[in-house]
Write a protein that binds this ligand. Sequence first.
Ligand SMILES: Nc1ncnc2c1ncn2[C@@H]1O[C@H](COP(=O)(O)OP(=O)(O)OP(=O)(O)O)[C@@H](O)[C@H]1O
Length: 327
Amino acid sequence: MAVLAPPVAAIRVAVRRALTGLPGEGPVLVACSGGADSLALAAATAFVAPRLGRRAGLVTVDHGLQEGSAERAAEVVAFAGELGLAPVELVRVEVAGRHGGPEAAAREARYEALGAAAARHGAAAVLTGHTRDDQAETVLLALARGAGPRGLAGMPARRDLAGVPLLRPLLGITRAQTLAACVVLGLKPWVDPHNSDPAYSRARVRSDVLPALVRALGPAVLDGLARTAGLVAEDNAALDDLAEAALATARDPAGGLAVPALAALAPAVRSRVLHAWARELGAPPSALSHRHVAALNALVTAWRGQGPAHLPGGLRVLRRADRLLLA
Ligand SMILES: Nc1ncnc2c1ncn2[C@@H]1O[C@H](COP(=O)(O)OP(=O)(O)OP(=O)(O)O)[C@@H](O)[C@H]1O
């Protein structure tokens, strides 16, 4: 009997772990760009899902931003057919006219399209091919921009995407393993030119920073960064729970939040309470930054009769006596 190549086996085990016990009858949909990570994920899911009594499909998104993107998407669809994946969808999205830079706009359009495809097919989950290398890059970038614990927690293995679980089964798998699996399986990954374009900070982290760290500190650095993300995520979850309870306690019966209750909180809990409250008031989460929370915090801890704190979405919060109120 042929021995299964270790990277192929490791990826199948990771996918099996992610799919085991998944509620719902619907198919799982692999989000596949045609790159090595999501090709290896698609191949493993095509193998594992039916053995768990689950259908597996695939969605590829054409952002229409690069020459040849339509051909790439068509190749992914053909590959999915060969693997026996169903349903298979190619979704074209419009990236122009969205907020933010082209990368952020493409990501937003992609996740919208994936969420909509999941709803159309009654999917039990959407799977992406993020690897441990992606996680390490995410953590380093977050550290460098001072993103705080929320950024340092990196990407969760599971989050909600428009009411459907988005799973990242390969966060414990290295990019070297997905590349090796593609070689073993005879798959020809598409190489995204953005991934090596030094105009992008993530590409520079990938080509310069992580290799330098590995040279200086050894290969365990990747594991260390990924483990840091997991540990910080656990702390975040605990602090978020504390903040949820503290927000309930800080609500003033006359409306808004009571300053004395906020002032009594530990800074880490207070900033989370203020962040959660700002979201509740309608501030768009993607635009809500550490600066906005600091301005709210100053109304509590550095009160000198200053004007309102301005939040994204045109919201203003002011302090009236011992309360924070939406203006
Ligand atoms: N065009 C695409 N069509 C379908 N899925 C895609 C596409 N591009 C990326 N993905 C999915 O997203 C995963 C991560 O890809 P990539 O690292 O390029 O995205 P990203 O912009 O960094 O996304 P994220 O914000 O989730 O980190 C891929 O493994 C794949 O599952």
